[in-house]
Design a protein around this ligand. Structure first.
Ligand SMILES: [Zn+2]
Ligand SMILES: [Zn+2]
Length: 241
């Protein structure tokens, strides 16, 4: 089958992430992604999937592909993107993660609000526990859980000096069966020889990690796919290079 290039940004935060701007509402994210000309987006809030249902409804109406995601902070303090075929799978894993989050309440003044919004941008809830803490789950356990649901894990922003698999454990263990890694959109090849050396064995995705609307990518990173669906995107992330 012929492959076509689709513009994707697979790492966007909503206002559910305490560090996500209050303007990162479901409607604003979907509308900005359309304005930027994206074909597919991945929403990956810290340790939670609760804003995916509203965003999914809007994305569907707009003809924008949504890859349901979560940016998990594992017990090794590594940020790992988990992508799922279906929003319900992300919600299922999100609930498991929440049980394993330390029982520390969010301080909204310090960290920001953790708002759950529906497809009308109406507040339907607030998450109590602080979502940016590390969940009591290893990257290996997370990998098994996500794989069982036919999803995939991708180490996030591996070029960053904190919360990345390279900064925290220095390598990517083979047994994790990881085939794709994420680079920050600002990373330039040659900046870090270790990052380049490790990355050379993997498919690389570049995403915005947007916490503000203006940070959402334009048509700058493309995936070559048989079709523009979450299944086809996840298939590539599983296959790797
Ligand atoms: Zn991160
Ligand atoms: Zn992020």
């Amino acid at each position: 089958m012929d492959l076509k290039a689709f513009a994707v940004d697979l790492h966007i935060h909503s206002c559910l992430s305490p560090c996500g701007d209050i303007d990162m509402t479901p409607n604003n994210i979907v509308n900005m992604s359309l304005l930027k000309g994206l074909d597919a987006i991945g929403i990956a809030d810290h340790n939670s999937a609760k804003n995916l249902p509203g965003i999914e409804k809007l994305a569907k109406e707009a003809g924008l592909t949504l890859v349901p995601g979560i940016e998990v902070n594992t017990k090794e303090e590594i940020h790992v993107l988990a992508y799922f075929q279906k929003v319900e799978d992300a919600l299922f894993v999100g609930d498991k993660l929440y049980e394993k989050l330390p029982d520390i309440k969010n301080n909204e003044k310090l960290f920001g609000e953790q708002l759950v919004l529906n497809e009308f941008d109406e507040e339907t809830g607030r998450i109590e526990k602080l979502l940016i803490n590390a969940v009591d789950i290893s990257i290996e356990e997370l990998g098994y859980m996500v794989k069982r649901l036919n999803g995939v894990i991708v180490p996030a922003h591996i070029d960053r000096r904190s919360f990345s698999i390279i900064s925290n454990i220095g390598f990517i263990p083979d047994e994790l069966n990881i085939k794709t890694v994420e680079h920050s959109s600002s990373y330039v090849k040659g900046q870090n020889p270790l990052v380049d050396m490790i990355s050379s064995g993997y498919r690389i995705i570049r995403s915005s990690d947007a916490h503000y609307l203006h940070q959402i990518s334009e048509r700058e990173f493309f995936m070559h796919l048989e079709e523009n669906t979450p299944e086809a995107i996840i298939k590539k992330l599983i296959e790797g290079k």
